[in-house]
Design a protein around this ligand. Sequence first.
Ligand SMILES: Nc1ncnc2c1ncn2[C@@H]1O[C@H](COP(=O)(O)OP(=O)(O)O)[C@@H](O)[C@H]1O
Ligand SMILES: [Mg+2]
Length: 310
Amino acid sequence: MPAPAIEFRGVAKTFHHRFSEIEVAALANVSFEASQGEVCAFLGPNGAGKTTSINLLMGFLFPDSGEIRVLGYRPGDPRAKRRIGFVPENFAFYRYLTAPELLRMHLALAGCRENGASRIPELLARLKLNGYESLKIGKYSRGMVQRLGIAQALLADPELLVLDEPTSGLDPAGRKEVLALLAGLKAAAKTVFLSSHILPEVEQICDRVVILDRGRLVRAGRLDEMLAGVGRVEIEVDQLPEEIEAAWAARGVAAERAAAGIRLTAPDALKRELAESLWSAGCDVIRVNPVKSTLQDLFLKLVEDYEGAQ
Ligand SMILES: Nc1ncnc2c1ncn2[C@@H]1O[C@H](COP(=O)(O)OP(=O)(O)O)[C@@H](O)[C@H]1O
Ligand SMILES: [Mg+2]
């Protein structure tokens, strides 16, 4: 098995605010992995510690404790950096450059001026920035700047892309375009690590999710496995004896009465047992509908449970 693309082991980082006694534990004992070739979504409410983690991963900050590996190296190792494309959360480009000028400058900084220049027109076209080659970046819309950030990250054809909130500040059409682009990278077997708090979007493209809240890991794992664990089922019956209702209510099964019948909502794991108990109590089971859980449902539940336990 190839080494994980990203590994965090017991990572902690506390910020000490100058001029005040305040300390912020931005990360505490965070461990997770992301595999090569996967799209991994790094999720959490504002202030959860996503940007701090990404800054540690990129080698811009150092952890107080714990270990981080990226493509098998320590953060900041040039052998890893050469293979990573990065789009920071808030980036600002030189307003008075054009996109081709900016990309040429980044190529020079990356030390691959000669063999990369031919990629610029292709990249601009891929990010729908062709036709604006002579426009100064200061005149770009927010969406164009975001796409230019991604073009910059793709310049050296990296195998790992790290994107901090790549769709923030974009309109729905712009977000859709960025997501389609990320899906294309996934199809090209690149590893993508992106932070976001727009869950329905990342759900469409991610293989793995890592959820942080208040600097702690809430859950990490494959999305399909996580969603399978929270699936629910709706069972409709013509009638529901009181003792059956009470017994199942104690196990978290909710009953809702409507004109057409009674609808029970239960965790997927209880489906068979519940349906059998209803049949044997003489109820007519009219319908059994699986209810697909979304990443948003899962996220809200996990964060709510996690915060409730604090
Ligand atoms: N340079 C810093 N100095 C002090 N506190 C910081 C610094 N960077 C982040 N923090 C604090 O760390 C916490 C996590 O922030 P951040 O990693 O930016 O979260 P997210 O990206 O998930 O919104 C926040 O409480 C934030 O205020
Ligand atoms: Mg952030």
